[in-house]
Write a protein that binds this ligand. Structure first.
Ligand code: HEC
Length: 183
């Protein structure tokens, strides 16, 4: 065996090794199994993240800033149609009687839970500080339970900002001298 022949064999072996390793690496790249997965030893346990607030999925947070710019252009007439959802529980005429909920004449600007003609307030609404500003009303009517936990208004809320602005424009008309719209 001369050295030329030995070189030839050695070259063939090297080439075969290169191909074998190359193919192995290529196969791993294709499978996507290279690196990452093996970086951490052990098994990854599946983690279930519970929604905030327990079983009830968190509602998207309401921002009055999204409704405020719509108030000026709000249509009281459309708001009256939106109010169809409220009519079974609320009268709106001046001196109207309380139904399941209080009469809503003069509600904008009024003390929260402060309608003397209504005796069915929940303790939380009665104890709540402040007046029914446009912001307080919008936040409450968007999601009553989230806004004032423990209140007794059985209503899911108005989620559409345009409807909410129209509804506020309508509620505002239920007064001898309507509260000015916020700037
Ligand atoms: C199923 C009956 C029901 C429906 C529907 C309903 N409400 Fe009420 N609402 C109530 C009750 C009951 C209360 C008193 C809640 C409490 O004291 O916890 C209340 C309270 C309110 C208050 C607070 C009044 C105050 O004197 O502080 C406003 C404002 C109000 N509702 C507006 C509306 C509007 C607007 C709608 C429709 C978008 C509506 N409600 C739909 C039953 C209802």
């Amino acid at each position: 065996m001369d050295s030329w022949y030995i070189n030839k064999i050695a070259g063939a072996v090297l080439a075969a090794l290169l191909i074998a390793f190359g193919a192995g690496t290529l196969a791993e790249i294709v499978r996507g199994g290279h690196g990452d997965k093996k970086a951490k030893p052990g098994y990854e346990l599946p983690v279930t993240v519970a929604p905030a607030g327990g079983a009830v999925a968190a509602a998207p947070t309401f921002k009055f800033a999204d409704v405020a710019p719509l108030l000026k252009g709000g249509s009281a007439e459309s708001g009256q149609s939106v109010f169809a959802q409220c009519r079974s529980c609320h009268s709106v005429d001046k001196g109207g009687k309380a139904l399941q909920g209080p009469n809503l004449w003069n509600v904008v600007g009024q003390k929260i839970g402060g309608n003397a003609g209504f005796s069915g307030y929940s303790p939380v609404l009665k104890a709540k500080e402040g007046n029914w500003t446009f912001e307080a009303l919008a936040t409450y009517l968007n999601n009553p339970i989230a806004a004032i936990p423990g209140n007794r208004m059985g209503f899911a809320g108005i989620k559409n900002n345009g409807d909410l602005a129209d509804l506020l424009a309508y509620l505002r008309t239920l007064a001898d001298s309507p509260v000015p719209l916020p700037n």
